[in-house]
Design a protein around this ligand. Structure first.
Ligand code: OOB
Length: 545
């Protein structure tokens, strides 16, 4: 199938190459080069297991041979839904070696999200754990496979761990150990071009179903490298991946990829608790990690216990949602680290506070763009630029910001300006220094401590409940999550409670984190003058704190 992809113009591409942002190197080739440059250094640590760069490179070859044995090759999309474990990276680099395209799913995604990803991406395979967080992903894959039917694209399910009795589920362990060594692969990257799509990330979403974000080798490696430079990463850096690896923040801002490109060591944390993390900091000499805001108070409390040696830790990044200023001010002294705020998006643009920024900028802003070629516009409702200090919508384009979602032509017509700026839906104020302060949002999304919930997606599912005739999901301020979600529902008969609603959404196959924190019955949904649901008025109906 031929497919046109909205992408950068020839002139822009030439400019980004000339500036050295795009280096024309694929991820498969980069890993090969890293193995040659620092073969004996430790690249990856997961519990008691560790891999040098040479070993990681050899494992990528093994995984690639096994995956190729399944018929997976250049350009094929493969949904990867794995928790934080080394296999995430073995599979990811195995796919890169074939020129295949990992699609990053979140561990919490369920039938609806995974089924949608498989369909939109036309994925030929899914890679899942056997069980994770008391959930059986093989069950999930049985359902997804059944739903796709024989005409669907999905041909293989690869299971990390026990494949179970289901016919046709392939254990990853057999793939990596049983493929004959002589079967190649000859190339570093299956012949992929650095301008090709290297991976697909998931957008936080504002529409009924999540959109896929194409990221090329050139643009995504620049994303990781530009962040690594701001964070001064080098071969001595040790990054602790606390947040899900599938999340852009932990994977490439600078995260896993930035660390590996600098010759450093990546340590994966199986859970985000400070106890788990601090034990790894002590053992592995972790220098950098990244958190979402709800974790921050727990990390501060645990550090205060005084039982940990956090001496190696030098930078803690916080992002994904707005960090309250007082938490920002406490975090640095409590852990003895430099705090860095991160305001990023899977679509591209990453803003970081700089390591030598004065405390007020670090604590009260969300950073400034990492690339000199990031273009940021702050505009009013008519699309006209506003002066610095005035709030407006953030529009952006640049060397690592997408120019169009994957297979979403209609949505692309409104998600971008005619000259290619991505409409972020975030309301920001820009300071003369270029630092941005996130003050709000015009997109219909709830940001629950960094986890994004598209209101429309949940509303559609709420209305499938037999008692609910209309629904509106609204984000309201919350001490713990920054924002929690409240479902306002219009009902016939008795209104379902919050548990019943959660059970219903689960039954519908929706990820658990999208269930509303509260359900409030209303006689009718108030409308604005133009006939849209008035969510501001609904939020006012709640008892004010
Ligand atoms: C990160 O990426 P996404 O794609 O899950 O979410 C992006 C959205 C932004 O448009 C903004 O609405 C919100 O998340 N956001 C923040 C924020 N960081 C992200 N809002 C306020 N303050 C912040 N610091 O969330 C993401 C991707 C890469 C690095 C970091 C975060």
């Amino acid at each position: 199938m031929t497919e046109t992809r909205r992408t950068w113009s020839e002139a822009e591409s030439a400019r980004y190459r000339a500036a050295g942002h795009w280096q024309g190197v694929t991820f498969g080739a980069r890993l090969r080069a890293s193995a040659a440059a620092h073969g004996g250094r430790v690249a990856l640590v997961d519990g008691e297991r560790r891999w040098t760069y040479a070993e990681l490179d050899a494992e990528a070859d093994r995984a690639a041979r096994g995956l190729r044995g399944l018929g997976i090759g250049r350009g094929d999309r493969v949904v990867v839904q794995l928790p934080n474990c080394a296999e995430f990276l073995l599979v990811w680099f195995g796919l890169q070696r074939l020129g295949a395209v990992p699609v990053h799913a979140m561990p919490g995604h369920r039938r609806r999200e995974i089924g949608h990803l498989v369909r939109v991406a036309g994925a030929v395979a899914c890679v899942v754990p056997d069980r994770h967080a008391r959930f059986d992903h093989r069950e999930l894959m049985r359902e997804v496979r059944a739903e796709q039917g024989p005409g669907g694209s999905l041909r293989h399910v690869v299971v990390v761990g026990e494949p179970g009795p289901e016919e046709g589920f392939v254990p990853f362990e057999a793939l990596r150990t049983q493929a004959p060594a002589e079967s190649g692969p000859a190339a570093d990257d299956g012949g992929a071009d650095a301008a090709d799509v290297a991976l697909l990330l998931l957008s936080g979403g504002t529409t009924g179903l999540p959109k896929l974000i194409p990221r090329t080798h050139d643009d995504y490696s620049y994303n990781a490298r530009a962040c690594a430079e701001v964070c001064a990463l080098d071969a001595r850096s040790v990054y602790l991946a606390v947040l899900p690896l599938g999340f852009n923040f932990a994977f490439a801002c600078p995260g896993v990829l930035g660390t590996l490109m600098a010759g450093g060591t990546v340590v994966v944390a199986p859970d985000p608790s400070p106890q788990t993390a601090y034990a790894l900091v002590e053992r592995e000499g972790v220098t950098l990690t990244s958190l979402t805001p709800p974790l921050v108070p727990h990390w501060i409390d645990e550090a205060a216990s005084g039982s940990w040696d956090l001496g190696s830790l030098s930078v803690v990044q916080v992002g994904g949602a707005r960090l309250p200023e007082d938490h920002a001010r406490k975090l640095g002294p409590a852990l003895g680290v430099t705090v860095q705020q991160v305001f990023g998006m899977a679509e591209g643009l990453i803003n970081l506070t700089r390591l030598d920024d004065p405390e007020d900028l670090v604590c009260a802003t969300q950073g400034r763009p990492v690339s000199p070629d990031d273009e940021v516009l702050v505009v009013d409702a008519d699309g006209r630029p506003v002066p610095d200090g005035t709030a407006g919508e953030l529009l952006t384009r640049g060397p690592y910001t997408l120019r169009g979602y994957y297979r979403a032509e209609e949505h692309n017509r409104t998600a971008f300006t005619p000259d290619g700026h991505y409409r972020s839906g975030d309301v920001v104020r820009r300071l003369p220094s270029g630092h941005l302060v996130v003050v709000g949002r015009i997109k219909d999304q709830i940001n629950r401590g960094g986890e994004k919930v598209a209101a429309v997606e949940v509303e559609e599912q709420l209305m499938t409940h037999p008692a609910i005739t209309a629904a509106a999901l609204v984000g309201v301020p919350d001490e713990r999550w920054g924002e929690r979600s409240v479902a306002f529902v219009v009902c016939t008969g008795a209104a379902p409670g919050v548990r019943e609603v959660a059970a219903h959404l689960k039954e519908r196959g929706l990820a658990g984190y999208k269930a509303p924190d509260e359900v409030v019955r209303v006689p009718a949904l108030p409308l604005t003058a133009v006939g849209k649901v008035d969510k501001a008025a609904l939020a006012q109906e709640l008892p004010q704190p």
